[in-house]
Write a protein that binds this ligand. Structure first.
Ligand SMILES: Cc1ncc(COP(=O)(O)O)c(C=O)c1O
Length: 384
């Protein structure tokens, strides 16, 4: 018979990240109903914090949708797309592909800018595409978790605006880890998740619609993700669905932690730890897939050395070290490991543990790693 997990995993994969202890404590608060005065006060606070942390303009509507990151994606799509809407999608990996599929399911006429997996999108390519095939909506992934690539959302959104389109931006792996400026960058609908850079359990998807996106909203074909109905609940306290108070406690606590750390400091922490990890990897003779300047701080796509059984390495990390890292998706299956340093998982002691464990796993595969080189380089990088 299956039982609850008895050991804690060190979560260094593409998500979920480790939930911070204060978030775990929040999960134990008493369950209340979705319309309890204590619950709606928390909803108001979550809304206010999200608008601020997304750096969204005045008049934006932010909420947390019941569901994972994909529900955030579906909320953005369902409320901005109807049959006949012209949607252009930037596809730089698995999640851009998912956006394209979802837009198609909601009846959009979909055009695409496809980019080689492992590279960021050049805004000039999108400008050229939109000039020949205008679009009402331009959708893109900020942090492409399948390839470890950061797309230049600010520049891409400027192109979309210049061509008269509203943007849908996937910030699932960037919100709380990388700079994201919804207002200053002129974004439309932006969504994320609770389980990556925010370090809460999965189950809620922060979403924001700016005034521009709200003005262009269509009648949603989805009842569950209908922005107007969700606003009725979040603002006017009208029953829509029985939202989990427990998950709201966790998200609320996670957002409070972001506020206490400060967004700038949090971004700097993610960048610093990415650089420390990279120093360690390079000293071990390893590299990451995207070129410098296109790399995520939150998700590192580490190239698997020739002849190494990537699944055996992951298995050893899990069984000997209780440590989870991710495998490659689609064309990158077998070619990369995905190492996430997000939220509470972006910490110096975990980087040292990972580099040491990886050395052990690579040696078990017969790779000649200079002893201690990874951890030594990381320790040296910490002093810089
Ligand atoms: C960039 C991106 N978008 C969307 C999703 C989907 O999120 P979820 O698995 O929480 O539904 C993920 C999940 O990893 C992601 O990385």
């Amino acid at each position: 018979m299956a039982s609850l997990p008895q050991t804690e995993r060190i979560l260094l994969g593409p998500g979920p990240s480790l939930a911070s202890p204060r978030v775990m404590r929040a999960l134990a608060a008493p369950v209340v109903s979705h319309l309890d005065p204590q619950m709606v006060a928390l909803l108001d606070d979550v809304r206010e914090r999200l608008v601020r942390l997304f750096r969204a303009p005045e008049g934006s509507f932010a909420l947390a949708v019941s569901g994972t990151g994909t529900s955030g994606m579906e909320t953005a799509v369902a409320n901005l797309v109807q049959p006949g809407t012209r949607a252009h999608v930037v596809v730089t990996g698995y999640f851009g592909e998912r956006l394209a599929q979802m837009l198609d399911r909601y009846g959009a006429t979909v055009t695409r800018t496809d980019v080689e997996w492992g590279r960021a999108c050049d805004p000039a390519a999108v400008r050229a595409a939109l000039k020949t095939q205008p679009a009402d909506v331009v959708a893109m992934v900020h942090a492409e978790t399948s390839t470890g690539v950061l797309n230049p959302v600010e520049a891409l959104a400027a192109v979309a605006r210049e061509q008269g389109a509203v943007t849908i931006v996937d910030a699932v792996t960037s919100f709380g880890g990388h700079p994201l400026e919804v207002g200053p960058w002129g974004l439309g609908a932006v969504y994320s998740c609770s389980q990556k850079c925010l370090s809460a359990p999965s189950g809620l998807a922060p979403v924001v619609f700016t005034p521009e996106a709200r003005a262009r909203a269509v009648k949603s074909r989805s009842f569950y993700f209908d922005l107007a109905l969700l606003e009725d609940y979040w603002v006017r306290r009208k029953y829509h669905h029985t939202m989990s108070s427990t998950l709201v406690y966790a998200l609320h606590e996670a957002l409070a932690a972001v506020d206490e750390e400060g967004l700038q400091a949090r971004w700097a922490r993610h960048e610093r730890h990415h650089r420390i990890l990279l120093a360690g990897l390079e000293a071990m003779g390893l590299s990451v897939l995207p070129p410098a300047g296109e790399r995520l701080w939150t998700l590192n796509a580490v190239t698997v050395p020739a002849g190494v059984d990537e699944a055996a390495v992951r298995k050893l990390l899990l069984t000997e070290f209780q440590m989870e890292i991710g495998s490659g998706l689609g064309p990158l299956a077998g070619r990369i490991w995905r190492v996430g340093l997000m939220g509470a998982s972006s910490a110096p002691h975990l980087i040292l543990l990972f580099l040491g464990a990886l050395e052990r796993a690579l040696r078990a595969q017969g790779v000649k790693v200079p002893p201690g080189a990874g951890t030594a380089a990381a320790v040296a990088a910490m002093a810089n």
